[in-house]
Design a protein around this ligand. Structure first.
Ligand code: ADP
Ligand code: F6P
Length: 320
């Protein structure tokens, strides 16, 4: 029976990480384990910035964005020496299991630590929803709702001025936020890396729609495409409709998590500790068809996540 576990958040933060930390800590305590919070991801594991958590350490955080454990990117942990230092620190404190809340990069670190004999469980936490072994990652819903609210506001001013509004949402490597936000905002066009696009064709369709009485055009662009200002300038030149670009940026990573993020974070946090309790490690927790699942970390990292092309096509087809 495992007696001491640690928990850390790593990589980009995401709303709902606190709810996951809370679930891990309270589940472990309820099972009679000791729990340690590791600060700033693998940085704290290497330097020993590790604090004992109790019931009250996670009070009043379920509704807050960010992560009370802080997060960081730790280049040293990509080296064998860094991983060895982290393992040594765990051994020193008697920590036998570790819950890593983060993205693919953080899971690679967890796989390396698992190879050194540490029981590690990954919980997917990233606003991008770009982790293949799970339908859902913590933070995705909150980020999309933030993007949707901001896009709605931009639409108001775009409508008043008969303009094109080019709105860049986060997602460096994946267009999941873009396609969902685009649908939710009734965007005229959605531009993601996963689908081909043609600015001449977009401009031509805009002019046809304008001739039929359309006054504003919302174009959602995924961060991975970049060049939002250039896209706005090009569309303005091609259509002679005024265009403005807005990059929503890190505002999408903050804020109080939505109900969905709090609930999924709680379910996954609980499940992660259940696995550790059984002496199971080297797994990533996920949600498939609403059910909790877990995969070998390497297997999880080798999977690829499909883009929802159908949703993209639906959006295109009904954008008049
Ligand atoms: P995310 O977890 O959101 O994908 P990163 O890719 O920045 O974020 O990874 C977070 C941290 O995980 C890195 O700063 C590093 O400490 C660790 N990490 C990433 N890749 C590896 C790797 N190949 N081996 C060991 N640790 C890694
Ligand atoms: O992975 C989440 C994410 O917000 C991406 O959408 C974005 O590209 C990246 O992190 C930004 O990272 P940083 O915080 O280093 O600017």
């Amino acid at each position: 029976m495992i007696k001491k576990i640690g928990v850390l958040t790593s990589g980009g933060d995401a709303p709902g990480m606190n709810a996951a930390i809370r679930a891990v800590v309270r589940t472990a305590l309820s099972k009679g384990m000791e729990v340690y919070g590791v600060k700033r991801g693998y940085v704290g594991l290497i330097t020993g910035d590790i604090v004992k958590m109790d019931e009250r350490s996670v009070s009043d955080i379920i509704h807050t964005g960010g992560t009370i454990l802080y997060t960081a990117r730790c280049p040293e942990f990509r080296t064998a020496e860094g991983v060895a230092k982290g393992k040594a620190k765990c051994d020193e404190l008697g920590i036998e299991g570790l819950v890593v809340i983060g993205g693919d990069g953080s899971f690679r670190g967890a796989a390396d630590l698992s190879a050194q004999g540490m029981l590690c469980i990954g919980i997917p936490g990233t606003i991008d929803n770009d982790i293949a072994c799970t339908d859902y990652t913590i933070g995705f819903d909150t980020a999309m709702n933030t993007a949707m609210e901001l896009a709605d506001k931009l639409r108001d001013t775009s409508q008043s001025h008969d303009r094109i509004s080019v709105i860049e949402v986060m997602g460096r490597g994946a267009g999941h936020i873009a396609v969902h936000t685009g649908v939710a905002c009734g965007a005229t066009d959605i531009i993601t890396k996963e689908m081909p696009y043609d600015l001449d064709a977009i401009a031509k369709t805009m002019l046809e729609k304008k001739a039929m009485g359309k006054q504003n055009f919302v174009v959602i662009v995924a961060e991975g495409i970049g060049h939002s200002q250039e896209i706005a300038t090009a569309l303005q030149e091609k259509t002679h409709i005024e265009a403005r670009a807005t990059i929503l940026g890190h505002v999408q990573r903050g804020g109080s998590p939505t109900l969905r993020d709090r609930v999924e974070a709680t379910r996954m946090g609980y499940y992660a500790v259940e696995l550790l309790e059984q002496g199971i490690g080297n797994r990533v927790v996920g949600i498939k068809d609403s059910k909790l699942v877990d995969y070998d970390i390497q297997e999880a990292l080798s999977m690829t996540k499909p883009y929802d092309e159908r949703l993209h096509h639906i959006a295109e087809q009904i954008a008049f």
